[in-house]
Write a protein that binds this ligand. Structure first.
Ligand SMILES: Cc1cc2nc3c(=O)[nH]c(=O)nc-3n(C[C@H](O)[C@H](O)[C@H](O)COP(=O)(O)OP(=O)(O)OC[C@H]3O[C@@H](n4cnc5c(N)ncnc54)[C@H](O)[C@@H]3O)c2cc1C
Length: 394
């Protein structure tokens, strides 16, 4: 039955993904934890390519492939609310699984020749892409990037360094943002599609969590033809922002809701069974109050994500919502996992417990795709410039 929030179809999709997560992904958690603790340096704490592809095949048999891919490319292109419901369910595990058939949306702006070379093989899982904006000297302030692409006849010559690039160490091409200064546009930034075979190099950067594996990229006189330009010269950021707002509003934030829900479930279970000084934790007021507060925070987060997803589904401007949601949910998820770990005591700190992994994995949510401070700065700007009225959500 449809209700105010979800249709019958959306509920069915949610239930199917939930079953998939419970039967296929959660059972893999101990293996991934062992892989990290026993693997030694350089061991990937995530799924192997083979495991990822095998799981994607199983998910595809259930109809989950290309969930955000336009129908013209063979995807099902689900609406943002349904996508958020799916991401929430996927967020209930530390297993770094993603459905097949999803690509960085910037690739949809490829011309026909670029589609053959980059878009279609990436959809098929034959090529690995990354998107490179951040640099050692510029992260939040992306427009301060120093990587340049300078015209040389019909070619462009690229010099500079990128860092923190998800999949940058394994990608075989990069969607690169570079400064293309000219007399007409001294601060112009343009987007290029650059094959690794053109000569850029990379190295993995070890980081705290396992959600994203990142690399640095070096460009030393890398020469590309004009056909490498994605879209128009000096219009680079047109390709980045829709993807970033989507992530903030109903992809990453939805995943964090799923994580919070499972963490709270685990904490309730723990409190029901752990005795201290002759009394169960669940019989102690401070513990149950803390869990109740976690539930309030989760529900508030969920409503915010749903609201942003609904606005996105309606095709209206949801940028203010995306920033509000990201700033609130990322911080809330970190508070929830911190409290849950505290209630678990040493067992929360142990590698064998997924809460330990989440404690590390969730931390990055406050940094990437717009840090807390950047999202709050956007919210403040919208308020002070009068773009939105305080609290006017509907
Ligand atoms: C796991 C991971 C994956 C990533 N993947 C990618 C990727 O695929 N592609 C890519 O291009 N980048 C990627 N990044 C980089 C990410 O986008 C940046 O980390 C992010 O933009 C923040 O930049 P920064 O780390 O340089 O911090 P800075 O910009 O140096 O900020 C440092 C601190 O100052 C605060 N701050 C910044 N500006 C202000 C301000 N105006 N007022 C108050 N405080 C401020 C920040 O919030 C932060 O707390 C990734 C990062 C991580 C950790």
């Amino acid at each position: 039955m449809d209700d105010f929030f979800l249709s019958e179809e959306q509920r069915q999709i949610r239930d199917t993904v939930r079953k998939f997560v419970e039967s296929e992904l959660i059972p893999l958690e101990p293996r991934l934890i062992r892989r990290e603790t026993e693997g030694g340096s350089g061991a990937s704490p995530g799924l192997t390519d083979e495991e990822q592809k095998d799981l994607q095949g199983k998910a595809r048999a259930l109809g989950f492939w290309g969930i955000d891919l336009p129908a013209e490319y063979g995807g099902v292109d689900l609406d943002p609310v349904t996508q958020s419901v799916i991401h929430e369910e996927l967020g209930r595990t530390i297993v770094d699984f993603h459905f097949g058939g999803s690509v960085l949306p910037a690739l949809f702006t490829c011309n026909d020749e670029q589609k053959e070379r980059y878009l279609y093989p990436t959809i098929r899982g034959e090529r690995v892409s990354c998107i490179a904006i951040s640099e050692p000297g510029s992260g939040s302030d992306a427009r301060a990037m120093r990587t340049t692409a300078l015209r040389d006849g019909d070619d462009w010559v690229i010099n500079g360094e990128k860092c923190w690039i998800t999949r940058g160490h394994i990608a075989d091409y990069v969607i690169l943002f570079a400064r293309t200064p000219s007399a007409e546009a001294p601060d112009g930034i343009t987007c290029f599609l650059v094959d690794r075979s053109r000569g850029w190099t990379s190295a993995q950067i070890p980081v705290m969590g396992s959600r994203d594996k990142v690399g640095s990229l070096a460009f030393d006189n890398v020469r590309v033809p004009s056909t490498a330009i994605l879209g128009k010269v000096n219009r680079g950021f047109d390709h980045a922002m829709p993807f970033i707002y989507r992530n903030r509003g109903y992809v990453l934030s939805a995943k964090n809701i799923g994580a919070m829900a499972r963490i709270i479930e685990m904490t309730i279970e723990w409190a029901r069974n752990r005795k201290v000084f002759g009394k169960l934790l669940c019989d102690r007021d401070n513990i149950v109050q803390a869990i109740a507060e976690m539930e309030v925070a989760l529900r508030t987060s969920k409503l915010l994500v749903h609201h942003a997803a609904r606005k996105a589904a309606a095709g209206v401007d949801f940028r203010h919502e995306a920033c509000t949601v990201k700033a609130y949910v990322a911080r809330t998820a970190n508070q929830v996992v911190d409290r849950a770990l505290q209630i678990h005591g040493a067992m929360g700190y142990a590698k064998e417990n997924v809460i330990e992994r989440w404690y590390r994995d969730l931390r990055v949510e406050r940094i990437y795709d717009g840090s807390d401070e950047i999202n709050l700065a956007n919210v403040a700007r919208n308020l002070f410039k009068g773009h939105v009225r305080p609290g006017e959500m509907f």
